[in-house]
Design a protein around this ligand. Structure first.
Ligand SMILES: C[S@@+](CC[C@H](N)C(=O)[O-])C[C@H]1O[C@@H](n2cnc3c(N)ncnc32)[C@H](O)[C@@H]1O
Length: 287
């Protein structure tokens, strides 16, 4: 705490109280949170989870922690798609891992993260036997960090599928041929998600294949629910693992998975309703 201002000491002190094991389940309760967010300064209680060094980075020697506001992303990039960007903040690895573990026969699938940021889901994907792993990111700065992370992982785990990172608008990225898993962590607004849905229709019309859409925080999930070529296969709130608590803004996140093409019918009913908890920013699904 040496060198910190009184405000910073207060902020980190309150944040530390918020992450105590007997405090966090109470303050993250939806009703309590809705009440507390009206109290000035209460956001310190929730800590600035994204900006703490995530245990995932400590284990892997990578840099996926931190957050970048949408305004800062826009200021550093002139691409027109930037008008629709959301902030950078990493998804929780345990949540991504559990979502991917529900998918069959990954050996034939290409994993694509549409808006890969610093590449956390790409690294989680490399734990699975995907035939190819690609991240598409609009921000050159974040893509560069993702590439460095990919190099760290490839050095540490030469047996894993290599990670490729491309700079560009993910909504305009051509969906690769063959079986594919499209991952999306609330990267951009409805207009671009609708564009992705149209690309999925074209991709399924062009070729017989298995296609999955894994939407983490499905704020724009309605675009996929309304798609004539996709059906739901999974919809749940997934809790952060114990060591991840305090390293993101919540304690659990919603994941909805759709499937299309020559995919066998889903084995579970996945009709949970998507609820927009904070418009434009957070979705949950009914239990
Ligand atoms: C919430 S972050 C998610 C990062 C990563 N997928 C994860 O789960 O850790 C969303 C990312 O999407 C990127 N993004 C926003 N619009 C984009 C676009 N049109 N094309 C590519 N990336 C985009 C942002 O720069 C940001 O890094």
């Amino acid at each position: 705490m040496v060198g910190l201002t009184i405000k910073e000491k207060l902020k980190y002190g309150i944040g530390a109280i918020g992450s105590l094991p007997f405090v966090s389940p109470v303050i993250f309760d939806r009703t309590v949170r809705q009440f507390l967010t009206k109290v000035p300064g209460s956001h310190f209680l929730y800590g600035d989870g994204w900006n703490r060094l995530h245990p995932f980075d400590r284990v892997n020697g990578t840099n996926t922690s931190g957050s970048v506001s949408a305004a800062d992303l826009r200021a550093r990039c002139s691409h027109p798609a930037n008008a629709h960007t959301n902030l950078y903040g990493g998804s929780q690895p345990s949540v991504v891992r559990r979502a991917l573990a529900t998918l069959p026969q990954l050996e034939t699938c290409c994993f694509v993260d549409l808006g890969c940021g610093k590449g956390r889901p790409l690294i989680v994907a490399s734990e699975f036997p995907f035939r190819k792993i690609v991240g598409v990111e609009l921000s050159e700065d974040l893509a560069e960090v993702a590439r460095t992370n990919a190099a760290v992982i490839s050095e540490r785990h030469p047996e894993r599928t290599p990670i490729q990172v491309e700079v560009g608008d993910a909504a305009a990225y051509p969906i690769p041929a063959g079986d594919v898993v499209l991952f999306l962590y609330h990267s951009f607004g409805t207009e671009l998600v609708a564009k992705v849905e149209l690309a999925i229709r074209a991709a399924l019309a062009a070729e017989s294949r298995r296609l999955y859409v894994v939407s983490y925080n499905p704020v724009n999930g309605a675009c996929f629910d309304e798609s004539p070529v996709l059906i739901r296969r999974f919809a749940r709130m997934l809790s952060y693992s114990r060591e991840e608590r305090g390293y993101g803004p919540d304690l659990s996140d919603a994941v909805v998975i759709w499937q299309g093409g020559s995919t066998p019918p889903p084995t579970e009913l996945a009709d949970a309703k998507i609820i927009i908890v904070t418009p434009g920013s957070r979705a949950e699904v009914t239990p």
